[in-house]
Design a protein around this ligand. Structure first.
Ligand SMILES: *[C@@H]1O[C@H](CO)[C@@H](O)[C@H](O)[C@H]1NC(C)=O
Length: 340
């Protein structure tokens, strides 16, 4: 009896041990697969780390982001996310280097020239790209000057609509020269402040005359004085009112602030972004249209400044007219546009 009991015990012990080994082995395999995935990702995006310690730290961030992305994609949303070029950055790092909207905290103007536009008269969909009022997608790189790209995008739009000419304008002029107020180049800024700078400065020069460097620089006043286009003023869309936003966007591209650091926005790849996104405004983009997806979901068409590999060729569709008056990711909180 004693022998049988001990051999049963031994058997159970061996089994438990084998299971534990099996679990260990499975975890090792998963680790190896994730490490290989990280290597492939590094190669794809040309990422190089200074040492093994940084690589180990980045690997843990990558692993957590991959888990988040896979869990979102398993939930059957109207949109999907992907392991993109931002997958080894923490939330804080991402917000610090790829966004850059800083709310000015001052009163926003009240004039709104589209107030009396009838919603019934607006088209069901608008896409300013098809009217030639949107320049190709740009890339802010590792510089928190989204505010400059957002400002320039809506200005390029109104310049095209008023003069017939689509001119790619200079973000770098804003980064280098709009430095005496609240705007601080790669350290952040705000679109209304940038409009004010452009009005005071007499306009902006072209992208090709004053090209983008993705870094803070000294203002080149020779280049900056060579204005290619100008604006006379700017107005704020009434806050938290997507109907008013639609009146404005039906008439011209509009600068918009969103919570671009939200992981859903950061890793967005396609479809209509919807669901729970934050409203911590930290990123400037531009509304360049709106429409209705084939499943009936209403969306805003937004131009971003993270290159063409992000989102739908650099654009994002974000759900429109949601119950939350602040709009998805806060998009209805602080929109504004230049006037000519
Ligand atoms: C809108 O209509 C009201 C009432 O007629 C008028 O007082 C107001 O000035 C109009 N606003 C604009 C922006 O045209």
């Amino acid at each position: 009896m004693a022998g049988r009991r001990s051999s049963a015990f031994l058997f159970a012990a061996v089994l438990a041990c084998a299971c534990a080994l099996g679990a260990l082995a499975a975890r090792d395999l998963a680790d190896q697969a994730m490490a290989a995935r990280h290597e492939q990702w590094m190669a794809k995006y040309g990422r190089v780390y200074v040492d093994a310690a940084e690589k180990a730290r980045r690997f843990e961030v990558f692993r957590a982001n991959v888990a988040f992305i896979e869990s979102v994609n398993s939930q059957n949303h109207k949109f999907w996310v992907e392991v993109n070029q931002f997958a080894d950055l923490t939330d804080d790092e991402f917000r610090a280097t790829r966004t850059g909207y800083k709310p000015a905290g001052k009163a926003r103007t009240t004039a709104f020239r589209y107030a009396n536009v009838s919603l019934d008269d607006l088209p069901d969909s608008v896409d300013w790209r098809t009217k030639g009022a949107v320049t190709p997608i740009k890339d802010q790189g590792q510089c928190g000057c989204c505010w400059a790209f957002s400002t320039v995008a809506s200005m390029e739009g109104i310049v095209k609509l008023s003069t017939g000419k689509l001119i790619s304008l200079s973000e770098q002029e804003l980064v280098d020269c709009d430095v005496n107020g609240m705007d601080q180049g790669c350290e952040g800024g705000e679109m209304d402040n940038a409009f004010e700078f452009i009005i005071d400065n007499g306009g902006l020069t072209t992208e090709s005359n004053y090209p983008y460097t993705a870094s803070d620089g000294t203002c080149n006043s020779n280049k900056a004085s060579n204005d290619a286009a100008s604006i006379k003023g700017y107005e704020d869309v009434p806050a938290n009112d997507e109907a008013s936003l639609r009146k404005a966007v039906a008439n011209q591209p509009v600068s918009v602030a969103v919570d671009g650091g939200d992981s859903l926005f950061r890793f967005y790849k396609g479809g209509v972004l919807s669901g729970s996104c934050g409203t911590e405004l930290d990123h400037g983009i531009a509304a360049v249209g709106y429409g209705v997806a084939s499943d009936g979901t209403k969306y805003w068409l937004m131009k971003n400044s993270w290159g063409t590999s992000w989102g739908e060729g650099g654009y994002i569709r974000m759900e429109r007219d949601i119950a939350d008056e602040e709009g998805l990711c806060g998009l209805a909180m602080q929109p504004s546009y230049p006037t000519v």
